[in-house]
Design a protein around this ligand. Structure first.
Ligand code: 5RP
Length: 225
């Protein structure tokens, strides 16, 4: 039986076929994307480089010899490859388990096509079992936690080594459990409007166009409606 790491390696490799030679590629963050970066090294002479969604991915890309561009140095990207914490059949996702949600949404918004890579455990009927990451401005944290409580959610501050985790953007993260996201676009739009929210980790506006799911029987391609 294939391990989860093997499933991730399989989809990381499969995503290479969506990379457009001659074009800068958008690269996400996480353990599945790390496998994609390892595979992308084999194509490094056929692409000018990558735009990355985190400092961690930038370091990995540079370590394998791939040039990293700032978003502002390039125009629209042909493709963005990233993982997900949950994905539904429509390509809506929960993202941000790796704390990179804001830059992920920025690079996704600059890309024509979002190719999600994930093992099959990430496919869900309804988003929400995975706590929703929300990047916030620290002075707004307690009020935003109360706003989530008012709609039935429980928000906790994400910690690392006992201290509030600080994102690549210098902000903090809440993880919100207890919500079933039956209307991802409506939920994303609502939370985006709360003062002090930087990014909510529901990706509906910038959903995946297709998802490469690693299964024991091989890569399953989910064309998201
Ligand atoms: C990082 C993310 C990742 O895409 C998500 O957490 C999935 O990660 P992994 O591939 O390690 O399961 O959103 O912010």
């Amino acid at each position: 039986m294939l391990s989860q790491d093997e499933l991730k390696a399989m989809v990381g490799q499969a995503a290479l076929q969506y990379v457009v030679p001659g074009e800068v590629v958008g690269v996400g963050t996480g353990s599945t994307v790390n496998q994609f970066i390892a595979a992308l090294a084999s194509m490094k002479d056929r692409i000018p480089g990558a735009v990355s969604s985190s400092k961690a991915s930038s370091e990995r890309l540079q370590a394998v010899g791939i040039r990293v561009f700032d978003c502002n140095e390039v125009g629209q990207l042909a493709v963005y490859v990233d993982g997900a914490d949950e994905i539904d059949a429509h390509g809506c996702m929960i993202k941000g388990g790796g704390a990179a949600l804001t830059r992920e949404k920025i690079v996704a918004a600059q890309s024509e096509r979002f190719v999600c890579i994930a093992d099959e455990s990430k496919l869900v009927r309804t988003l929400g079992a995975f706590p929703i990451p929300v990047e916030v401005i620290p002075m707004a944290a307690q009020r935003i936690m109360r706003q989530f409580a008012a709609i039935g959610g429980k928000a906790v501050l994400r910690l690392r080594a006992g201290q509030p985790l600080v994102t690549d953007n210098g902000q903090i993260l809440l993880d919100v459990s207890g919500l079933q996201i039956t209307d991802p676009l409506g939920f994303e739009s609502m939370v985006n409007q709360w003062a002090g929210v930087v990014t909510v980790g529901v990706f509906a506006r910038n959903r995946a166009d297709l998802c490469l799911l690693g299964t024991r029987d091989g890569v399953r391609i989910l064309h998201c409606a």
